[in-house]
Design a protein around this ligand. Structure first.
Ligand code: KG4
Ligand code: ZN
Length: 348
């Protein structure tokens, strides 16, 4: 019999709901609704208080629309998977309380999902036969994580950023170049018209699997300040920054493939929406590993990936009760890390 899983994601500035119909080991995406909160564009970044309020008004109609598009009534839903963290706590609470109420009123299973685990599962929605072992590179606004995934539900950190996440660096560089928020897509577009002619640093290249992006960001700031005519030079600055960031990501991913001996790499997180990154990875890993990456809509924050990760836990019998808490720094079940590295941070 099929399991119908309703996914809910409200960890940051996207209000999203999705319906997955799961049977015989396959998850069919019946609907996905993503409402991006445009209000933050005015402020050049997410304003947490506004985000929570916007989730409050949007979530009910977004869930109704997801059910409507799937052609299923709420009664048909067996389980509700909701992002419980990491993320903005006020935003997470809106999703978690809503999911608890629906689960309790309809006697449905409840599954609290880690947002980052959702990003790892996203690629399977477009590639249902994707199976571990693989190396996963999760690149978002809050995280840059290189993972060894020997099997579903088990993750060990091979490397992570020591300072800024790569998506955060894209957003800051966008603001230095006078582009809008979120910066990643705008930097990618501008870089497409530029040339990698600034000699920007490739931080920590050749030194282990950890990352650092704050020095690169500062180097961009110096290039911007030194520009005689920023309007004429900004496409080249964008191209040089993107090339430096992606050189580091691809070299370290390749090193992780060599270390693990795996032949598959999974890309996930908002930065994996970049076609430039997906192409470069495929080129640089050619002969060593195939690169699995979902379409951009499934790599940006969305409820389909949360429903998919939730279904995995449902099958394992890992469900939550009404004590499920939203947590800005939610631990990631199954994640192992070396004692010396810092904890996986609070941003989604
Ligand atoms: O996963 P995500 O949607 O939200 C978080 O969980 O953080 O990631 C958002 C990040 C932002 O920093 C955004 O600028 C970046 O992903 N991003 C991109 C692109 N599209 C989104 N970065 C580079 N190139 C893109 N095309
Ligand atoms: Zn995310």
């Amino acid at each position: 019999m099929a399991d119908v899983v309703l996914g809910i994601e409200t960890s940051c500035d996207e209000t999203s709901a999705a319906v997955l119909v799961c049977q015989e080991g396959r998850a069919e995406l019946a609907s996905l609704v993503i409402l991006s909160q445009d209000v933050h564009k005015v402020f050049g970044g997410v304003v947490p208080e506004l985000a929570s309020r916007a989730h409050l008004t949007a979530l009910k109609p977004v869930v109704a629309e997801a059910l409507n598009e799937a052609g299923l009534p709420l009664q048909a839903v067996d389980a509700i998977a909701v992002t419980a963290g990491p993320g903005l706590v006020g935003s997470l609470i809106v999703g978690v309380c809503f999911a608890k109420a629906l689960a309790e009123a309809g006697a449905k299973q409840l599954i609290g999902v880690n947002h980052l685990e959702g990003h790892v599962f996203a690629a399977t929605l477009d590639d249902p036969y994707l199976e571990p072992p693989f190396v996963a590179l999760i690149v978002s606004g809050g995280h840059t994580l290189l993972l060894d995934v020997p099997r579903w539900g088990k993750y060990s950190v091979l490397g992570e950023t020591r300072d800024d996440a790569v998506g955060e660096a894209f957003d800051k560089v966008a603001s230095m170049l006078g582009l809008g928020y979120p910066g990643g897509p705008e930097v990618e577009q501008l870089a497409g018209r530029g040339r990698d002619r600034f000699d920007l640093p490739r931080p920590m290249l050749g030194r282990g699997l950890d990352f650092s992006f704050s020095g690169l960001k500062t180097a961009v700031l110096y290039a911007v300040r030194a520009a005689a005519d920023l309007a004429a030079e900004r496409a080249d600055i964008a191209a040089s920054f993107q090339a430096a960031a992606f050189d580091v990501l691809s070299a370290k991913t390749r090193a992780a493939v060599e270390r693990t001996g795996y032949s598959t790499v999974v890309l996930g997180g908002g930065v994996a929406c970049s076609r430039t990154l997906a192409q470069l990875m495929a080129e640089r890993l050619s002969g060593a590993a195939r690169v699995a990456v979902a379409r951009p809509r499934l790599n940006a924050d969305n409820a389909a990936m949360i429903a998919r990760a939730g279904w995995f836990h449902l099958e394992q019998g890992h469900t939550s009760d009404l004590y499920l808490e939203a947590s800005a720094r939610m631990p990631w079940p199954g994640l192992e890390r070396s004692a010396s590295s810092s904890s996986v941070g609070s941003k989604p």
